[in-house]
Design a protein around this ligand. Structure first.
Ligand SMILES: [Zn+2]
Length: 284
């Protein structure tokens, strides 16, 4: 072999070795890179799973917070409800549901917070106006319209009376009837008229002779229907407190009136503390 051939073989061998080395190197490096990337991937995967876990925890915590806020709102609304109820009670005169007697009268300075005229079509006396507690007016007029729809003739002969008007009325009765006036128009009934929530009824036929109201269809109708409009008969037949006044009806609210009607009992027979529970709902 000549020198050139030997050199060529050596060179080729060297080249081969070099190529081999480069190949091994490249493979090794790639392998390392792959391993690195694998490690990164698994790291990312674990981070992702941590993040997902955190996310779930966050979502749960968020739900808990939302529930807390919800509870809080409920408490607030309950509290405002109570406050609303208290304010309503604060605005409602407790006198409206008091039982009046010969020894317990309404204060002479009491006047209803608002008074309204009763629709004149329902007032018996042509030349007089009659007033009623502003909150009671719609109940009274609904009742009168309803009676009219049922073909019942019923008119208001007396409603709100101020303390002074009542004193005049009483002295008039005293003059006319003497000592008997106390029985005819005692202070009990006075107080209820001074409240602006009591109404004396008559019919066109009876007119001024309203003391015989018990013999009318209107009275029968009232016994069956007045409670639906919040009215009660203050002094029913045979009551222990006062003479029978079939014409005299007092507004006590639909719930209390209905309750008394259903239990077939009377306002003046119910304990005051039980009556007082209805005060907040009197105009509902
Ligand atoms: Zn009366």
């Amino acid at each position: 072999m000549n020198k050139i051939a030997i050199t060529s073989i050596i060179l080729l061998s060297l080249l081969f070795l070099l190529a081999l080395g480069v190949a091994v190197y490249i493979q090794y490096t790639l392998y390392e890179k792959i391993e690195e990337k694998d490690a990164e991937i698994s790291e990312l995967e674990s981070e992702l799973s941590n993040a997902q876990h955190d996310n779930m925890e966050m979502a749960e915590r968020l739900r808990d917070k939302e529930e807390e806020v919800q509870d809080f709102y409920e408490q607030i609304s309950e509290l405002t409800g109570d406050v609303g109820l208290l304010m309503k009670l604060e605005e409602t005169d407790e006198e409206l549901l008091k039982k009046y007697s010969r020894v317990y009268f309404l204060n002479e300075h009491y006047t209803p917070p608002s008074l309204k005229l009763i629709d004149h079509d329902f007032v018996y006396r042509e030349n007089e106006v009659e007033e009623i507690h502003g909150e009671v007016k719609p109940f009274l007029e609904d009742m009168l319209f309803s009676a009219e729809d049922d073909g019942i003739d019923m008119r208001v002969i007396s409603a709100y009376r101020s303390f002074d008007e009542q004193s005049t009325l009483k002295s008039h009765y005293t003059v006319t009837y003497g000592a008997g006036a106390n029985q005819f128009s005692a202070d009990q009934g006075y107080s209820e008229h001074q409240l602006g929530t009591a109404v004396d009824f008559t019919t066109r036929e009876l007119g001024e002779n309203f003391t015989t109201f018990a013999n009318t269809k209107a009275y029968e109708w009232m016994l069956e229907n007045a409670h639906r409009f919040g009215f009660i008969l203050s002094y029913p037949e045979g009551n222990e407190y006062y003479i029978f006044e079939p014409w005299h009806w007092r507004f006590v609210g639909v719930e209390l009136a209905t309750n008394l009607y259903e239990k077939d009992t009377h306002f003046y027979d119910m304990p005051q503390r039980e009556i007082d529970e209805y005060l907040v709902k009197i105009f509902d």
